[in-house]
Design a protein around this ligand. Structure first.
Ligand code: C2E
Ligand code: CA
Ligand code: CA
Length: 593
């Protein structure tokens, strides 16, 4: 490989009166500035030749440095340098831009491309006894010769990103698609400030529903829309990622959060039900100094409780920035905000991580589970995640619910809070206001509904509890037993409340003692029986007596079945039958006999 004639045999290169370091001492390739000048020189002096720029990045060089030492890392860079210098390209230059970023500029011919990929293959092979070396490569075929060389390198870098992590692709190429994406991004960036000033961004609401209580609205998610004067309504997918890259998302999110608070205040003044609204928090927002105080001041300004503004943080942010998020979210929780982990299931977080992060609600995205589901496994995963969340004392909401079947399935596995097109698409704020006004929703029921304990076990589809829990003929109760807290009722069906004479609350749970007025000695017997339950001994019958008003006795036969048991507690369901009448009949018959 030749280097440009003007500096070929000299250590330094003089350009326009400046003396530049010509060669990178580690690799022997041109330094960035000298590479840029050499490329410009080649373009100006070889106007008939069509060129291309090949960019190379060593994947995970930092890990090679860490595992095998910097000497090995440096050796690798040196080998790349000498391999590129040895390329037989008569009109071309090679340089090291910085760190592990290399560039080669050469006439656009297939043989030269192949020469570069072959040289890289040899470097990789020569290190294979020591470590695995991977390169990500990108090519920009020079279509605009007047473009600054730094931009040419950027374009090759965009092409490189396409191939990064894809070991089947030797290199990515800069093409029309990347080009139009850049133009699109530039046009969006050019318009964003004015759009914010002119209030072109609108906050829409997508309602969230509780299917356990007749599909009533229990809150919403605020989602931004851009109403552009010429382009019409633009979806956030087209601009949020751009703003996340250039930092404008911070300004936009502040605007959306404030607008959401304004709407909540307005609805309160209009006497509409006060239901929480969740807003999206971007990765960049987390780094904003004292985000927690900022949000707290914001809700105070509109005289709202922090619970009214829930915060959705995407799962992938936890992966990138776990420590920082833990600090920020803990503070937010202490101030009274509810934290949702958004897009749970998109594939990044380990379930193990969940126990360490301060999250109140897991937001499952059915999209991710559906797309991976080829054999019904998605359903099993969902079921397990819902169970696990409950055991970790987290609530669950499912989003992206599109069909009745999905909604039924979710209800059966104990996930009652849902959001999705099946129920409602995102709607303009005023339309949402009309929806909540019409739904006559009670105030703030969300936390209560989300805290139903172990509902997933109650609604386990395999055992079809749902049938049991929706009839009056047979009395069924779901109970939890632990040595520490004794017996508590989790849920009873209508038949149970008929039998016991207690009053059920909204969730079918009395929250009180199982069968009040039971004789103490019988309660003790029941406790002993349940304490001895295990996998080999999972069912038992017992006869209990209750002493009702005025000394009347009620005889109840109980059949108990163990559902699951861990070190601390057992979950059981009980079939109960009032046999007082039957006993009297038997006694009467015995007396007759
Ligand atoms: P997200 O936070 O996951 O929001 C849910 C997205 O799923 C919304 O798309 C919603 O319209 C869509 N969706 C809801 N139900 C269904 C369904 O049943 N089927 C299908 N196919 N889609 C459904 P949208 O409004 O286009 O927003 C896309 C993403 O843009 C959001 O995903 C969020 O990441 C981001 N975003 C939206 N508004 C904001 C905002 O104000 N700030 C920030 N930082 N990001 C926002
Ligand atoms: Ca969200
Ligand atoms: Ca989501």
């Amino acid at each position: 490989m030749q280097i440009c004639d003007s500096c070929r045999f000299r250590k330094n290169c003089e350009v326009g009166g400046f003396v530049l370091n010509r060669v990178d001492p580690l690799t022997g390739l041109l330094t960035k500035k000298c590479f840029y000048l050499s490329v410009r020189n080649l373009l100006d002096t070889h106007t008939a030749i069509s060129f291309e720029l090949f960019r190379i990045n060593v994947e995970r060089l930092n890990i090679i440095n860490e595992l095998f030492g910097e000497i090995t890392g440096d050796k690798l860079l040196q080998e790349i340098g000498s391999a590129l210098q040895q390329l037989s390209i008569p009109v071309g230059v090679a340089g090291r831009l910085y760190a592990d970023n290399f560039v080669v500029f050469y006439p656009a011919q297939k043989q030269y491309r192949l020469g570069i990929t072959e040289a890289l293959r040899q470097v990789r092979n020569s290190f294979s006894h020591l470590c695995t070396v991977q390169f990500a490569c990108g090519i920009y075929h020079i279509t605009k010769r007047r473009l600054p060389v730094s931009c040419m390198c950027d374009r090759a870098n965009l092409a490189l990103k396409r191939a990064k992590g894809n070991y089947l692709l030797e290199y990515g190429e800069y093409d029309e698609e990347i080009h139009s994406r850049i133009l699109h991004e530039q046009s969006i960036i050019g318009m964003m400030d004015q759009a914010l000033q002119e209030k072109q961004f609108e906050v829409w609401m997508q309602p969230k529903y509780d299917t356990a209580t007749g599909d009533r609205i229990i809150g919403a998610e605020a989602l931004v829309r851009w109403r552009h004067p010429e382009k019409g309504l633009i979806s956030p997918q087209n601009f949020v990622p751009v703003f996340e890259r250039n930092g404008f998302i911070l300004k936009l999110d502040f605007y959306v959060w404030e607008r959401t608070c304004q709407l909540l205040e307005e609805w309160r003044k209009r006497g509409l039900p006060m239901l929480p609204v969740s807003v999206n928090i971007s990765r960049l927002d987390i780094d904003y100094p004292d985000l927690a105080s900022f949000l707290y001041d914001l809700v105070q300004k509109y005289q709202l409780k922090p619970e009214m503004l829930q915060l959705e943080i995407t799962e992938s942010a936890y992966r990138d920035n776990a420590q920082q998020i833990i600090v920020v979210t803990r503070k937010l929780q202490q101030l009274g905000f509810t934290i949702l982990m958004d897009d749970f299931g998109s594939g990044y977080s380990s379930l193990n991580m969940l126990k360490d992060v301060p999250v109140d609600i897991l937001k499952l995205d059915l999209h991710f589970l559906k797309s991976k589901d080829q054999s019904g496994r998605g359903g099993n995963i969902l079921n397990s995640v819902v169970r696990m969340a409950k055991w970790l004392n987290m609530s669950v909401i499912a989003e992206g619910v599109e069909t009745l079947e999905e909604s039924d399935f979710l209800r059966n596995i104990g996930c009652h809070i849902v959001q999705g097109y099946y129920y409602s698409k995102p709607v303009p704020a005023e339309e949402y206001a009309k929806m909540i006004a019409a739904s006559g929703t009670k105030e703030d029921p969300m936390p209560e509904c989300l805290n139903i304990e172990d509902m997933n076990d109650i609604w386990n589809p395999y055992v079809q509890y749902s049938i049991l829990f929706n009839n009056k003929v047979c009395a069924v109760a779901m109970v939890k037993y632990s040595a520490q807290n004794g017996l508590s009722l989790l849920r009873g069906n209508d038949g149970y409340f008929l039998l016991s004479g207690e009053v059920a609350d909204d969730n079918g749970t009395s929250g009180k003692l199982l069968l009040p007025q039971m004789l103490e000695e019988d309660r003790e017997r029941l406790r002993c029986m349940l304490a001895n339950f295990d996998a080999d001994h999972p069912e038992e019958s017992v006869l209990l007596v209750r002493c009702l008003h005025a000394g009347t006795l009620q005889w109840i036969s109980v059949q108990a079945f163990l559902i699951l048991k861990d070190t601390w507690r057992s979950l059981l369901y009980l079939f109960l039958r009032d046999i007082t009448g039957l006993r009297e009949k038997i006694k009467y018959n015995q007396e007759l006999a």
